[in-house]
Design a protein around this ligand. Structure first.
Ligand SMILES: [Zn+2]
Length: 161
């Protein structure tokens, strides 16, 4: 049985099928915003309050039932909510609206950055080009999630050639 002569010391790449990569690594990931694909940081440490003085962040200091740090509301510790620092989406959920082509292309670049940060090989030019092309097709341009999933698959497959 032959083995590769060059050994790799690189960190292991997440094992994921290209067709599932977007959903598994991005869309349903708690550490990535589904709206803008930014990395969600400080999930358990920061909450945003809406009040008379506007919206602000504050550090959480009270343990909740799940032993994460929460904040006191109605005399009990409440689970923190996380808001994306980039786009403001609550818990990094995707918003219920369709992106313009320009917005989608901007997000495609950030998506490529996130994949790169996770050591998932993907070709950014392929990803961005695919998103631009799919968003220009009137029949499918409203299906943003499917478009990003398809473009991610193509970009990963291209990197695996
Ligand atoms: Zn976001």
């Amino acid at each position: 049985m032959s083995t590769s002569t060059h050994s790799s010391t690189a960190s292991p790449v997440p094992r994921v099928q290209p067709g599932n990569a977007f959903d598994e690594l991005i869309f349903f990931s708690r550490s990535t915003c589904s709206e803008c694909f930014a990395h969600l940081r400080d999930i358990e440490h920061v909450a945003v309050e809406h009040g008379a003085v506007g919206t602000r962040e504050r550090t959480l200091a009270f343990p909740t039932a799940n032993a994460v740090r929460g904040y006191v509301s109605d005399r009990r510790a409440t689970e923190p909510k996380t808001f994306c620092r980039e786009c403001g989406s609550e818990s990094g959920r995707a918003l219920d609206r369709t992106l313009s082509q320009r917005e989608a292309v901007e997000r495609a670049h950030r998506l490529a950055d996130r994949l790169d940060a996770m050591d998932v090989p993907a070709v950014e030019d392929v990803l961005v080009h695919a998103v631009r092309r799919l968003k220009s097709d009137e029949r499918i341009q409203g299906y943003d999630r499917e478009i990003f999933a398809r473009a991610t698959k193509l970009a990963i497959q291209y990197a695996q050639r």
